[in-house]
Design a binder for this molecule. Structure first.
Ligand code: HEM
Length: 395
């Protein structure tokens, strides 16, 4: 199965059903032309893998050396695992540093910041009666909030966003190297600026963390935080809007007050998580998983979407948060509370001003960005009765 093919992206649900009936829980896949991996779609097998970092480490280096030149999947597979070269360093220094840094985020202030970012964006399109909620709302909102959270100035934030956008679809290794260098330079500039004036943002907290990270280590963590924090977050916002607009039962229950926006977010994290496939692991020796051998230095990718829909764990989902959208085990997402505040507040603001929003095209005509990893609509065109702009709050 080619996970990067338009056929897979157009109808992943049918593809997962087919994978399950043809292969069981471990599926041979390609994540880019000529790049093979094993996709895990069994919930219990995934938990066993994620809770065993000794047998299934996240260190990609041995595998990377076997890749074809200009391999387009490198960015996401690397960014997810930067710092993992030394599992011990990750466990004892990097993870504690960003766990504590993210735990220190004041969620009340963050909510105010999301509101302050959301209102001007909504004001730009609310009287037009139509918008693309991806490009006009979810992306710029997430970028502003994540820049603020990390402590990137607007100027550096814009350059980082542009570099990340190029790196996502870099056509060749030369472009990828050039933009990686630019990205590193921009992030280094941000770290140096903060060293002389610490604040309450993530960079400042990483600088003053007792793990004693040097500039290069902080830059590496920032690249992970930015890459991990931005695209999945904006996709969770729009995927939740799409659920509300396209699932009649959900829509009616929301309107009737029987379900909340948080229930809708949880449902999306189950059925359509923004990181559909992630948590890549690279066993150093051949490993036996569910009576099948996974070769050494071969990527094993956990499919949150596939595992969450494993019939072996099917059950009532309302209030059930046992999905794998955040991963699991010692590398699970450290930013769950932060993300939920961003996504929920963004949606609350949007629906408050535009409660009668509707999709502008039939749901089956929506286009999805081909990706082995992200569940990402290419655009989310909506229409709504025009509304008056709101007063812009101060953060
Ligand atoms: C909807 C939004 C998000 C989703 C679905 C998501 C999902 C995930 C998943 C599945 C992992 C596990 C990776 C693995 O096991 O290899 C992860 C790790 C991570 N996430 Fe998130 N994430 C989101 C938002 C964020 C945000 C907003 C940030 C930071 C501001 C963030 C920072 C991280 C970091 C640093 C890791 C690496 C953890 C480690 O290796 O110890 N994530 N995320």
């Amino acid at each position: 199965m080619k996970l990067y093919s338009p056929e897979f992206t157009a109808d992943p649900r049918t593809a997962y059903d087919r994978m399950r009936s043809e292969h069981g829980h471990l599926v041979p896949v390609e994540v880019a032309a000529g790049v093979s991996a094993t996709l895990v779609i069994g919930y219990r097998a995934a938990l066993r893998i994620l809770s065993d970092p000794d047998r299934f480490p996240a260190d990609p280096r041995a595998w990377e050396s076997s890749l074809p030149e200009n391999c387009p999947v490198l960015p996401i597979m690397e960014w997810g695992t930067i710092g993992s070269g030394a599992e011990e360093e990750h466990r004892t220094r990097y993870r504690p540093a960003y766990l504590e840094t993210l735990r220190a985020v004041d969620l009340f202030t963050l909510r105010r910041e999301v509101e302050a970012a959301a209102v001007p964006l909504i004001n730009e399109f609310c009287s037009a009666g139509k918008a693309d909620l991806l490009d006009q709302f979810a992306v710029p909102l997430t970028v502003r909030v994540v820049n603020n959270l990390l402590g990137l100035s607007q100027e550096v934030g814009e350059r980082v966003f542009d570099a990340m956008a190029v790196l996502r679809d870099a056509p060749d290794e030369e472009t990828s190297d050039r933009y990686n260098q630019r990205l590193t330079g921009d992030l280094l500039e941000a770290v140096s600026a903060k060293r002389s004036e610490l604040g309450t943002d993530v960079i400042s907290r990483l600088i003053s963390h007792p793990a004693g990270l040097d500039d290069a280590e902080i830059v590496a963590q920032l690249a992970v935080l930015y890459a991990r924090g931005s695209e999945p977050t904006w996709n969770l916002i729009v995927n939740t809007v799409l659920l509300m607009l396209t699932d009649k039962q959900f829509h009616d229950d929301l309107l009737a007050g029987a379900l909340t926006v948080r229930d809708a977010i949880d449902e999306v994290l189950f059925v359509n998580p923004p990181l559909a496939n992630s948590c890549t692991r690279f066993p150093r020796q051949p490993q036996l998983v569910e009576n099948e051998w996974v070769p050494a230095d071969h990527p094993v990718i956990i499919s949150s979407t596939g595992c969450n829909s494993d019939p072996a764990v099917a059950g009532d989902r309302i209030g059930n948060r046992s999905h794998l959208a955040w991963g699991a085990g010692s590398r699970s997402c450290p930013a769950q509370s932060v993300t939920l505040v961003i996504v929920q507040e963004a949606l609350d603001q949007l629906l408050d001003v535009l409660p009668e929003i509707e999709l502008a095209i039939p749901a089956d005509q929506l286009e999805w960005r081909p990706s082995a990893f992200h569940r990402a609509p290419a655009a989310v065109p909506v229409i709504f009765p025009p509304a008056l702009p709101l007063a812009v709050p101060t953060p």
